[in-house]
Design a protein around this ligand. Structure first.
Ligand code: KIV
Ligand code: NA
Length: 265
């Protein structure tokens, strides 16, 4: 294997090779995702929902993100590890943003950080990049702003928001971001953005005209049940598979079928 770097991602776009990205928050999952050849592993602040059961991504802390990221880092041989800067760790000012990014790099060993927003966070992005830390942008539906949006529906359907998104994407490239996640925007707009930039656009609910795709691993495995957006393709129905396994275990224990002769000392 050859390690994936921020440079290899830009090269992949130039060579028209699509980029695969999935989330992981722990060692065991990251080991499987990395071993399967996924290019980029995102330690997403979606851990707030998926791991901790919060309704939004807002409550997860920098310390908790570092714990998840350090577990993931210990598992991987090849993938590039991108770690989300959580809500509240970068919005107040560029110095705080840099301090948070440095903590992630030092304490988890992650390879890059991701943060949400366009021109509002431009100075913070520049400051982080100046310290030698690669930054991935995130535009469109940015879940840390859910209380401003009021809904998780598709973003930038109207011309004004689409224009701002295009300007923000260009700004992120100029500032030096190595890639941008575009979440839940019209496919036509996403394709336009991808075609107008040299850095890769990784889509989630953004169609196939972009340079790569990302999904939340627990969603694509079908472990989560109630989350049913159109963009989600389920590769397994682990919710049902796991439920059946747990039920069988209960049955076996109750029936004194488990453990059997060969399963004891
Ligand atoms: O936190 C996350 O999982 C994300 C992806 C959905 C892009 O930011
Ligand atoms: Na996120």
């Amino acid at each position: 294997y050859k390690r994936v770097t921020v440079k290899s991602l830009v090269e992949m776009k130039a060579n028209k090779e699509k980029i695969s990205m999935l989330t992981a928050y722990d060692y065991t999952m990251a080991k499987i995702v990395d071993g399967a050849g996924v290019d980029v592993i995102l330690v997403g602040d979606s851990a707030s929902n998926v791991m901790a059961g919060h309704e939004t991504t807002l409550p997860i802390t920098l310390d908790q993100m570092i714990y998840h990221a350090s577990s993931v880092i210990r598992a991987i041989d090849r993938a590039l590890i991108v770690v989300d800067l959580p809500f509240g760790s970068y919005q107040s000012d560029p110095k705080e943003a840099l301090r948070s990014a440095i903590r992630i790099m030092k304490e988890s060993g992650g390879h890059a950080v991701k943060l949400e927003g366009g021109k509002e966070v431009k100075d913070s992005i520049k400051r982080i990049l100046n310290a030698g830390i690669p930054v991935m942008g995130h535009l469109g539906l940015t879940p840390q702003s859910i209380y401003k949006f009021g809904t998780y529906t598709v973003r930038a359907k109207e011309e004004q928001e689409a224009q701002k998104l295009k300007q923000d994407a260009l700004m992120l490239e100029k500032a030096g971001c190595f890639a941008i996640v575009l979440e839940k925007v019209p496919a036509k707009l996403a394709k336009e953005v991808a075609e107008s930039l040299t850095i890769p656009i990784i889509g989630i609910g953004a169609g196939n005209g972009v340079d790569g795709q990302v999904l939340v691993t627990h969603d694509m495995l079908g472990m989560t049940h109630e989350f049913n957006p159109r963009f989600l393709r389920r590769y397994l129905d682990l919710y049902t598979e796991m439920t059946n396994a747990f039920k069988q275990y209960v049955t076996d224990v109750k029936a004194v079928d488990f453990p059997n002769e060969n399963e004891q000392y």
